[in-house]
Every structure is written in C-alpha cells, then in structure tokens.
Design a protein around this ligand. Structure first.
Ligand code: 13P
Length: 253
C-alpha cells in the first residue's frame, strides 16, 4: 500500500523569519496525520534548511532540499552535496524540477547524476518529470515523460530505484492556475507506472509513489488524490500559506 505523500516546494520564497513560522505552523497543524496516514515534507531554500529542520524537529514533518550537486565534495563553487544535506537533517531532495530543466538548463544526464548522488548520499530523491504545453499539444506527452523517467533513472538498479519518488508536473500547469484534470493526471500517472513495470518489475511499479504537481490547491486536492495512481501532491504556491497547505495535507491523509 502506498502511503500518500504531500510535499511543499517553497521555491525561491520566504525569509529567515517567515520560513521558520511557516514550518512551525505546518508541523503543529499536521500533528496526528503527518508520518501516520500521510508523509509530509517541506522544501525551503538552501539558506533556511537548518532553521526549518529545527522548526519541524518536534513534528513528523520531513525536510527536503530543492536541488543538489552530484559530486561529494571539492572545488565546485556554490554547490551543495547530498552528504551536506543529509548532515543537516534533510530527508528528501527534488531532482529535475521543471524550473531547473527549463530556466536553469539542466539536462537529463545531469539530473540522472543528481538522482544517483542523492541516493548514494542517503537522501530520497523526488524526480520531477513533465511536458511543456507545446509538447502536449503536439501529442508528445508520453514520449517526453518516457525520456525523463528513463534517463532520470538510468543506471539505477532495482534497489536504488525503489528509493525514488516520481513527481509528474506538467509544465503548463505550474504556477499558471491551470491544473491538469484528474483524468489527465491519472492517465499520465498510470502510464508512468506501466513504464516502471517495464523498466523494473510490477512490484516496484506498485510500490513507487507518483505525485502530481501543478496548481494544486485545497479545492482540487481531494479529487486528484481520489485517482488510483495519484499517490500524493507536490505543491508550489499553495505551500506558502500554512492553512492552504494543511488543507491539502488533510485532503491526502
Ligand atoms: P504550483 O503549485 O505553484 O503550480 O507549483 C508546482 C510546482 O512546481 C511544485 O514543484
């Protein structure tokens, strides 16, 4: 049975005070469900990770980073390794978020190295995949998602692949207010699960959590979660408001 998983991606938002306040409210507001009927994580900017880890320490809310570098240490100015993130109490890391693919220019090859490095460093990667609007309109959704999943998990054996959560985030639904309909999301989630069965086996496919992301709100969380292959939600904008994020957590719990 796949336990629902709701993660908040704060992106480049909050400050030293509001990050701690938000984390504290998510921690206290999700007590009784977080870690029990739903896994909950927040992913603040790097500079607030440590204070957010402290702010959620009394709760069952986990903390994730929004990115990592694949090397373990050394002369890589400005970069942060998996072991550093593990060291300060991170559990998860986002890999291949669409903003990193399309704004920063990350390639599938780089993202694959990050997924591998995350697992080697003791973190649980959340591999983000999803098509652009133009790709959906051209009927290329399955092709793009296949490329992201296969390349993202390249060279990962079954055991390591079982540490990965997949997040399907159609780029056209991110921050736009356009949400994929539950039917559209379910269709791609089922396709991804089939792909995992093909790449590994039916058990791994059945165990892997596949999250949906893209304009998730308290008002659409329950109908998305009701779909068979939607195991959780990766929330951007609505994760910056404690009440909205907690309502989404409750909808998934
Ligand atoms: P929004 O929820 O703001 O659309 O962002 C989704 C997202 O990119 C989460 O990673």
């Amino acid at each position: 049975m796949r336990k629902p998983f709701v993660a908040g991606n704060w992106k480049m938002n909050t400050d030293s005070q509001s990050s701690v306040d938000l984390a504290g409210r998510v921690g206290s507001g999700s007590s009784g469900v977080a870690g029990q009927t739903v896994d909950v994580a927040v992913c603040p900017p790097f500079v607030y990770l440590q204070s957010v880890v402290r702010a959620v320490a009394v709760s069952s809310v986990a903390v994730g980073a929004q990115d990592i570098y694949f090397e373990a240490k050394g002369a890589f100015t400005g970069e942060i390794s998996a072991s550093m993130l593990k060291d300060i109490g991170c559990t998860y890391v986002l890999c291949g978020h669409s903003e990193r693919r399309h704004v920063i220019g990350e390639t599938d090859d780089l993202i694959n190295k990050k997924v591998i490095a995350a697992i080697s460093g003791g973190l649980l990667p959340i591999l983000c995949v999803g098509e652009l609007q133009s790709e959906r309109e051209a009927g290329l959704t399955n092709e793009v998602v296949t490329r992201h999943v296969k390349n993202g998990l390249s060279d990962l054996g079954r055991e390591k692949a079982s540490a990965v959560t997949i997040a399907y985030e159609p780029v056209w639904a991110i921050g736009t207010g356009l949400t994929a309909t539950p039917e559209q999301a379910q269709e791609v989630h089922a396709f991804i699960r089939g792909l995992l069965a093909e790449m590994y086996d039916a058990d791994l496919a059945a165990e892997t959590r596949i999250l949906y992301g893209g304009s998730v709100k308290p008002g659409n969380a329950a109908e998305l979660m009701a779909r068979e292959d939607i195991d959780g939600l990766l929330v951007g904008g609505a994760s910056l408001k404690a009440d909205d994020f907690l309502a989404i957590v409750q909808a998934a719990a």
